[in-house]
Design a binder for this molecule. Structure first.
Ligand code: GAL
Length: 638
């Protein structure tokens, strides 16, 4: 695999006479891919039924003649204003019951059948015109499903769709009442049409009801995506891609990804540090202009799994963004570092957002590779630098890591529905494990929990996995690796009720959870030998060995041979100790890293990334702030 660079470009924002120069400058900077079209519906179909493709034909001609490969987006994240005249009820509705109005983007409800069909139609039109055009190297469907909190919609269309979905899933209303436990508080229904969406209830709705709605909402995203996949598969053999976002969990990305050829995601490290990571104020200050050292890598590894090995960064932050509470600029070198880190994790393409900063509308303060006046912004020099370095890595190879971390979207919905404590968040838990693995210098493969091929991994972690899929159970039984489950693993059924009888996975582990406590942020339960439990603590009855216990003598980590169960949420010190113990058992070599330094192994290459704003000494090398280094078979090549 030969990594390449790309850029997001909006020809419809600029006069045509500057397109040729833009294209030439992209090539001069070493960019080979350009993504266009994903928000251009009002220019492709200015009036209902009146299509105008001429400008897009000319833009594609110019870009391709300059030597660029085009990724064409379907424009369905931005329905034009006239669409509302056709479908006044197509707007998504928030949990408070208010429609999400026209005037920005993503204002559609996934369940609106008329809108979905219209999206298929415009996609078919684009497919007919460009599907056999070899100059279109790939297609992007829609843009960032779920971004701006748009997966769950409480509209009339959703209500209608939900009822049909429930009837299909449960078959009879009695079965639904039974599965949800609706005898509680006299919530029993007489027919499916009596069931409403789980918002605006006086107090908490039945968690089974809410979880069903979350599953339904995820299925709606999958179906929406599928309808465009169908339209495009008829027209083209080019790969189909979607660009996912960071820490969006409301739909099952593995299910959407199963219908596509390549996964991609939009990486905004500094924006994410500011608006979607739990971290201490000191941590946020230390990485203010670099982004969190693990957030990008986590998503690279996650979306590599979603894309079954094929993935891109479709949008890479090139300078300050506009949408976070505060928007500092990247330190010099960070745009290059982020790019190399993505490539080290297997990205086939890293594409910057965007070519030139827009002088108008919502993102006028968002940097591009060029300033609005056409002068170069700092990100462009770093793009050039990466492109000059790329030939060093002409053939990048990805090898299986030694450690696997299971990730499961339905578990995230289960715990979002029934958190039991304000700080129990699935992403946060899994990310705390990922961070610990990376502090120990490990490369990690993230795997979907229901079809995980766990063979060959020395260590497999399954934190917070709500239920055990039978195929996973079998796969785990056959694996020779050390397995660490918990906290809160296998504690609920797929309906979000407590499982009756014995839980097979827990029987294997010879452990039972007697009860669970959630803990407020400042409360710690110290563990003998160092570290503590935070947020979540289980009282375990275990016939297996106690590997760690609390200072009051409660079992914290228990296990038989290679099957371990963790009955709480460890702080950093405790995670480090657990990994140390697991590494000894699993014959895994840990390399505890200096703060802010991260490694990634790719084939015979090893990369190091210095996320610090200061020098770090590592592997006989002095790494400057924001430095990237790479060694092949022990010899430094970057
Ligand atoms: C992404 C989005 C882009 C642009 C960008 C700004 O989420 O896909 O269209 O809005 O953010 O950072």
């Amino acid at each position: 695999m030969r990594p390449e660079l790309g850029v997001c470009y909006y020809p419809e924002h600029w006069p045509e006479d500057i397109w040729p120069n833009d294209a030439a400058r992209m090539r001069e900077a070493g960019i080979t891919y350009v993504r266009i079209g994903e928000f251009a519906w009002s220019r492709l179909e200015p009036q209902p039924g009146q299509f105008q493709f001429g400008w897009l034909d000319r833009a594609i001609d110019i870009l391709v003649s300059a030597g660029l490969k085009v990724v064409l987006g379907t424009p369905t994240a931005t329905p034009p204003r006239w669409m509302l005249d056709r479908f006044p009820d197509m707007l998504a509705v928030d949990a408070q019951g208010s429609p999400r109005k026209f005037g920005s983007r993503r204002h559609y409800c996934f369940s609106h059948v008329g809108y979905r069909e219209t999206c298929m139609e415009i996609t078919e039109r684009l497919g007919e015109r460009y599907g056999r055009d070899a100059r279109i190297t790939a297609w992007q469907i829609d843009n960032e499903y779920g971004c701006h909190d748009t997966t769950l919609s409480y509209s009339e269309a959703a209500r209608h769709g939900f009822r049909a979905w429930l009837a299909q899933r449960y078959g009879s209303i009695e079965a639904l009442n039974q599965a949800w436990g609706n005898v509680f508080w006299s919530m029993e229904y007489l027919d499916f049409d009596a069931i409403d969406l789980p918002n605006l209830t006086v107090t908490q709705p039945n968690p089974s009801h809410e979880l069903a709605f979350r599953r339904f909402s995820s299925d709606q995203v999958v179906a929406f995506n599928q309808s465009q996949v169908q339209a495009l598969r008829k027209a083209t053999d080019a790969p189909l891609i979607h660009n996912y976002m960071g820490r969006v969990l409301e739909f099952d990305h593995f299910a959407v990804g199963a219908d596509l050829d390549i996964a991609s995601w939009d990486s905004y490290p500094i924006g994410f540090l500011s608006d979607r990571i739990e971290a201490s104020p000191d941590h946020k200050l230390a990485y203010l202009q670099q982004g969190d050292p693990d957030m990008q890598a986590f998503h690279h590894d996650l979306y590599r799994a979603v894309g079954r090995g094929r993935w891109w960064v479709m949008e890479q932050q090139p300078g300050p963004v506009n949408w976070a509470p505060y928007n500092p600029a990247p330190l010099p070198g960070m745009v290059r570092l982020w790019t190399w880190e993505a490539i080290a994790h297997g990205a086939e393409v890293v594409s910057y957002f965007r070519w030139r900063q827009a002088p108008f509308a919502q993102e006028q303060m968002h940097a591009g590779l060029l300033r609005p006046n056409d002068e170069e912004a700092p990100g462009l020099a770093e793009t050039r630098q990466v492109s000059a370095e790329l030939p060093l890595f002409a053939e990048m190879e990805q090898t299986r890591a030694e450690v696997a971390l299971l990730f499961d979207y339905p578990s995230s919905w289960a715990w979002a529905t029934l958190p039991q404590g304000a700080d129990f968040d699935y992403f946060r838990l899994v990310f705390s494990v990922y961070r610990a693995l990376r502090r120990a210098g490990l490369s990690v493969d993230i795997l979907p929990s229901d079809q995980a091929d766990v063979s060959g991994y020395k260590l497999i972690l399954a934190p917070g996995l709500a239920g055990a899929h039978p195929t996973l159970h079998d796969a785990m039984r056959q694996s020779n690796g050390v397995k660490i489950y918990g906290p809160r693993s296998f504690t609920v059924t797929s309906e979000l009720t407590i499982p009756p009888g014995k839980i097979p996975m827990m029987e294997d582990l010879a452990v039972e959870i007697l009860w669970s406590e959630s803990l407020p942020p400042d409360h710690h339960r110290p563990v003998r030998g160092g570290g503590a439990i935070r947020h979540w603590m289980e009282t375990l009855a275990a016939e297996s060995d106690v590997l760690f216990e609390s200072e009051t003598g409660m079992p914290v980590l228990v296990g038989n041979d290679q099957n371990w169960y963790l009955g709480g949420w460890p702080d950093e010190t405790l995670w480090d100790r657990i990994l140390d113990l697991a590494a000894r058992k699993a014959d895994l070599h840990l390399r505890p890293l200096p703060e802010g330094l991260r490694l990634r192994r790719a084939g015979d290459l090893e990369f190091a990334f210095n996320y610090n704003a200061h020098d770090v000494h590592w592997n006989d090398a002095d790494l400057e702030p924001c430095a990237v280094a790479a060694w092949r078979d022990g010899k430094r090549i970057l």
